[in-house]
Design a protein around this ligand. Structure first.
Ligand code: SF4
Ligand code: SF4
Length: 468
């Protein structure tokens, strides 16, 4: 990954507008991946997650290229080329398995065939004079829905979709992938660490993502695993994907998405300072629940739900020749991406004289307006905006101010530093913000404010000359 691409990724994570569409870790159908990639690139997704197969990465790249080609004709703007993530996992992880039907036990009820969201179960095979459904492994994403509806115990089992990391991943990176994701929904920490070391060797300079959930481990084990992964990575270039119930997000209810938010909450409470992406059961109300529960996260990864709302278009051979169908597909995708968040605004907030009266190095009383400002800032942060404490205080007065704010319910996303660095002209010590809230500020944005400020400065100048 180039430095420029890394900067774009970091900015997207810092601004919480990272939106990843999961084509399916086990989805090896290049046509479907190509179509999902085109539609969601045009809809504004900035990351696409695909199976760790070079030919599938190439299919996603072709899908993105096609989106650019369509853009040139139709002019919807693509902000920047989406990142491609490839997913690999360990035996036991539900993301990297394939269903397998035992034809001897099957009673041909065909419930699995009707339930499969990927149309991966075909029924044209006759075995022992009965119709026997069978799984197309290229389409199966291992979601487990067929197993859940099957009335015959152990009739549907799962095989691990093993990829040889050292052979397959470099080929995926060569094909255009930039991020490697390890699905580690298993309780064994040592195997996870070994696989992660291999990934770091293969992709030492790029970002890598660890997808982790609480189904097979306690909160304590989860925190321990994440901390050990961060240590191995020198605390850099890591994304943690907080997983809920994988591949369950086809409905809009809060319960489906609850566990993803809960996993992020566990990491938040452990003060793990790393970009957290919500996934697994994510749907149209994930952002709402995240805001209601006030968790800190950097983006959303969406699979089942994102695919389900464009499913009819993924299956449609006319999708790229019929502009009306294409526009419908793009607007369905845009709708869920828009729900993730509006671009958050960054507020740089002073302390003395702004949040409380200036009694430096102590802390003054609050006026009515300062109390109101504090309440509004708390609400702005809950709504997803970014707050940076930007004060002249040094230690220990700075810590006193932070503790005072916390006691009053106000937390910051960063203290005296940028949440991300915009390298437009080289590093700058100035905080990058949309708004600076400071009792010492002179506003210079509109003609009205400029005139007011100039008149104030002229008065200061006149007074200074008189004094001199
Ligand atoms: S229902 Fe899920 S696990 Fe079963 S065949 Fe379809 S995609 Fe595979
Ligand atoms: S649900 Fe089970 S028993 Fe019914 S057709 Fe599928 S595999 Fe066979």
């Amino acid at each position: 990954m180039t430095e420029e691409r890394k900067r774009i990724l970091e900015e997207s994570l810092a601004l919480r507008n990272y939106f990843k569409v999961i084509c399916g870790a086990g989805n090896e159908d290049p046509d479907a991946v190509r179509r999902i990639s085109t539609i969601y690139t045009l809809a504004g997704a900035n990351v696409l997650d695909v199976s760790a197969r070079p030919e599938i990465v190439r299919a996603a790249m072709e899908g993105i290229d096609l989106a650019y080609h369509i853009t040139n004709k139709e002019k919807p703007k693509i902000h920047y080329r989406p990142f491609i993530t490839v997913s690999v996992g360990m035996p036991g992880d539900h993301h990297v398995r394939k269903a397998n039907i035992n034809s001897f036990d099957c009673i041909s009820c065909l419930r699995c065939h009707h339930e499969c969201p990927m149309v991966a179960i075909d029924i044209d095979m006759v075995f022992n004079d009965k119709i026997s459904p069978y799984v197309n492994p290229k389409k199966c994403i291992g979601c487990g829905r067929c197993e859940a509806v099957c009335p015959v115990q152990n009739c549907i089992k799962f095989d691990h979709n093993k990829v040889e990391l050292r052979k397959v991943l470099p080929a995926c990176l060569d094909a255009g992938a930039e991020i490697i994701e390890l699905h580690a929904a298993v309780s064994d920490c040592n195997i996870t660490l070994q696989e992660w070391e291999t990934i770091l060797e293969i992709n030492p300079d790029g970002y890598n993502s660890l997808c982790i959930d609480r189904l097979n481990m306690s909160n304590g084990k989860l925190i321990d695993k994440v901390n050990r992964i961060l240590k191995l990575s020198d605390n850099k270039n890591v994304i943690i994907q907080a997983d809920g119930y994988p591949m369950s997000g086809s409905s809009k209810d809060f319960n489906t998405t609850l566990q993803a938010v809960a996993t992020a909450d566990v990491l938040n409470k452990a003060n793990i300072n790393v970009p957290i992406v919500l996934s697994g059961g994510t749907n149209a109300v994930t952002v709402e629940l995240a805001k209601l529960t006030n968790i800190k996260y950097s983006g959303i990864a969406m699979g089942s739900y994102a695919r389900s709302i464009i499913n009819e278009y993924i299956q449609d051979d006319e999708i790229f020749t019929n502009i009306i169908k294409l526009k419908k597909a793009i607007s369905a995708g845009k709708e869920i991406i828009a729900e993730r968040n509006i671009r958050p605004l960054i507020f740089a907030v002073d302390f003395d004289g702004t949040l409380a009266e200036n009694k430096f190095p102590g802390i003054g009383e609050q006026t009515k307006e300062q109390k109101e400002l504090l309440e509004i800032l708390i609400e702005l942060r809950k709504a997803g905006h970014v707050l940076i404490l930007w004060t002249a205080r040094g230690e220990p007065a700075l810590t006193h101010a932070i503790m005072w704010c916390r006691e009053h319910g106000l937390d910051f996303d960063a203290i005296q530093e940028n949440t991300f660095v915009k390298k437009l002209s080289g590093p700058s010590p100035k905080i990058v913000a949309d708004y600076y809230i400071d009792d010492r500020a002179l506003e210079f944005s509109t003609t009205y404010h400029r005139k007011k400020t100039l008149s104030r400065l002229n008065k200061i100048l006149r007074d200074s000359k008189k004094e001199a």
